[in-house]
Design a protein. Sequence first.
Length: 323
Amino acid sequence: MGVIVVDDLRKHYGPVRAVDGVSFEVRAGEVYALLGENGAGKSTTVEILEGYRTASAGSIEVLGVDPAVAGREFRDRIGIVLQSSGVEPEFTVREVVDLYRSAFRTPRPVDEVIAMVGLEDKADARVASLSGGQRRRVDLALGIVGNPSLLFLDEPTTGFDPAARRRSWDLVDQLGAGGTTVLLTTHYLDEAEHLADRVGVLSAGRLVAEGSPEELIRERSATVVRFDLPEHVAPADAATAFGPLLETEIRLVGRQVEATPPRPTAAVHRLTGWAVEAGVELDSLSVRRASLEDVYLALVAEQELQAGSGAPPADVTAVTTDE
């Protein structure tokens, strides 16, 4: 039994289908990232799972209960980090963590929580005096102080500097290793790729892809080739550079060419041969493994094309491996 089990979840506001038939499961101890553009249905889905909104239809179980009717026992087992919070600014960090700690039956010690989020040197500072990134760390502390079985993280590292983001990633890794299940929403695709065991991609209220980051990357394409066209070379020549026998998707942004060839070795050989024969220098030429961001942007673009053509939304692409 999964910690979160969602079957055909729907939420409608009149004619608007904010969530339109979403199904997925989050396993115990897993970090599951729910991705999507603004308006894709992420926040609505998460708020239903937290028990703050009710579904129009579908079946939802979180920690074995329907969150819409769950009581104190359910609240005691979840932690929530919202995109923003309303913490009283005159409290010190220690005071606000201790206050929230008092609401739970089996909380973590205050000093342990403060250390986990890296605010030891700010423990006695007032919240009003903290930077935006430090306040987000307070939000994270309040989410984990109750020692939750399930933690909802909604854009948890917004406003963090790169070092603070990495420390937060370490904390999420630590929580997952300790058995905490995490549902994460984030617009940082590198964050999802690093942290998530599995990813679900929402578009227009529907789940359009699901799998581990590695599986989704491997399913779409494994390699990205990128270079800048010289000024005297026409953008139309970019397709010629890869040759007619390679089914290569090519994207042009200004004079930058980006391609995801299914046969990268042959594609690079053809490209460099063309450049040498034509006397063309390919500035900034790079060959790299595709990222989750590349996959995500391709999925979003596909959904936009389907929406523009009037075609029905694509069914979920699920990538699974035998266990």
